[in-house]
Design a protein around this ligand. Structure first.
Ligand SMILES: [Fe+2]
Ligand SMILES: [Fe+2]
Length: 474
């Protein structure tokens, strides 16, 4: 079934807001608060500039977005849910409600849990915009600046997507949550964002590209798990969000690849990257270690009763649950085997599978991230360099879960706290690294020009040339 897309409405949507006056009015009341938040906490400056952005205008395959120059405050943030497969026929594919038709409303006993899942996801969207708000000023090119702002406006749209669900299906509690989402602030000691990685400062573009590679990728896996949900509106909302999310991940992956390429060029020429304001590989590695490990923590504890409940209630599935990847859609009578450390001794443990849902999702994520790092290493290979970057194991630098508070090297061998501290400056960025990167962040805003620490992309956006006027300054 194809939904009607109303692009003329105050809030563009394909959810029939026109015929839903109560929710429409509620969202139209929330809209000015959102715009005020965007003005205060969205990208600092650049409000007058025309940015070459894509805007979601529907959910059909292939033709879901428009590209054109727009001023960010005029961006048309809309509410779009993926169309249902076949009306009313989708069946729940996992958990205790397996085989039942999907729910069009949230069952009462699942309300609180569903709301928590939605709020946790929703909170990350404005948080990342806040974390990135100053980066425009040091953009290494207008191509990159455009990508930054594209990610920002789409995170804003993801907030809209989640806020619609809160308003539509969770009554006054949902409305309160929607307001709180605009009140919390990334890094605010009194009213921080919900998840820790979303309170970390994104100081520079190295951090931005690592964030979009590793932290947005956590988002992809969380959204994918929610896209399986028995609560149909949640499933269809997150399905469409994943379409936009893919670009964010590419921005990160290609960004680091281009930084590595520039470094490799210099190394090949016998030039020390540090001498010319580019990024040495050891520093890139420390950033990878910092952002990948912070992102591992986002999955929650490997052994989790909360995760078990979310699966049992058919609210949150496994990665690609619906594709028939798993033998047992109930995930009963099976265990997940992993290792723990007791008094420094490694031993195997069995976690009942339902309790290990976070661990399973994290594993899928780690396999994906491993492929990305392998791609980065192919750049080094192409330049016939023997150096490589690596992805730390899931034990490294963890704050929560089975390995939280213990000490491991990036390869996953347990070490003493002292040994870790001795190596800390080799494995994780220190102030001198942040300072060095900061000094390299010199804006380059001429068409087709790029900062010295990053190679140009092989192709532009939407078939435009690399030297296209992606940002028109006014
Ligand atoms: Fe997002
Ligand atoms: Fe994203």
């Amino acid at each position: 079934m194809t939904s009607f897309v109303d692009l003329e409405a105050k809030i563009p949507n394909n959810v029939g807001l026109k015929d839903d006056p109560v929710i429409r009015r509620a969202l139209e009341t929330w809209q000015p608060a959102y715009l005020e938040w965007w003005r205060d906490m969205g990208p600092s400056d650049f409000k007058q500039d025309d940015i070459y952005l894509r805007t979601a205008v529907g959910v059909g395959r292939g033709g879901w977005a428009n590209f054109g120059h727009v001023k960010m405050p005029d961006y048309r943030w809309g509410i779009f849910l993926a169309d249902p497969e076949t009306e009313g026929e989708r069946k729940i594919k996992f958990g205790d409600a397996m085989g039942q038709p999907v729910w069009m409303q949230i069952p009462g006993e699942m309300r609180a849990r569903a709301r928590r899942l939605i709020v946790t996801q929703a909170d990350t969207e404005p948080a990342s915009v806040e974390q990135q708000r100053l980066l425009g000023h040091t953009a290494p090119s207008i191509y990159d600046m455009r990508n930054l702002f594209q990610v920002n406006v789409e995170e804003g749209r993801h907030l809209w997507a989640m806020v619609y669900l809160l308003h539509k299906y969770f009554g006054s509690e949902g409305r309160d949550e929607a307001e709180e989402l605009l009140r919390r602030r990334s890094g605010d000691p009194d009213n921080p964002r919900v998840l820790q990685a979303f309170n970390k400062p994104i100081r520079d573009w190295m951090a931005f590209f690592c964030f979009t590679t590793f932290t947005d990728r956590d988002g992809k896996y969380q959204l994918a798990a929610l896209a399986e949900s028995g609560f149909d509106p949640l499933a269809r909302t997150t399905q469409f969000m994943l379409t936009e999310e893919a670009h964010h991940l590419q921005v990160g992956e290609n960004g680091i690849a281009r930084i590595i390429e520039r470094t490799a060029q210099l190394m090949k020429e016998g030039v020390d990257p540090r001498k010319v304001g580019a990024m040495p590989l050891d520093l890139i590695q420390r950033y990878i270690n910092e952002w990948s490990s912070a992102s591992y923590d986002l999955f929650g504890g490997e052994d989790s009763s909360n995760a078990a409940e979310a699966f049992a209630t058919s609210l949150k599935g496994r990665y690609r649950e619906g594709d028939g990847l798993y033998k047992d859609p109930l995930a009963l009578n099976q265990n997940y085997e992993t290792e723990i450390f007791e008094n420094g001794v490694e031993k195997k443990v069995q976690i009942p599978l339902r309790r290990a849902m976070n661990a399973l999702l994290l594993e899928a994520y780690h396999a994906d991230a491993t492929r990305i790092v392998a791609r980065w290493n192919r750049v080094l290979e192409q330049y016939q360099l023997s150096e490589r970057v690596y992805l730390p194991t899931l034990r490294f630098n963890r704050q929560i879960g089975l390995y939280g508070g213990l000490w491991f090297n990036p390869q996953g061998e347990q070490i003493s706290k002292e040994a870790f501290e001795r190596k800390r400056t080799e494995w994780l960025p220190v102030d001198a690294d942040y300072q060095y990167v900061k000094n390299c962040m010199i804006k380059v805003w001429d068409r087709g020009k790029f900062a010295n620490w990053i190679a140009p992309p092989p192709v532009g956006i939407n078939n435009q040339p690399v030297d296209f006027e992606y940002v028109k300054f006014h």
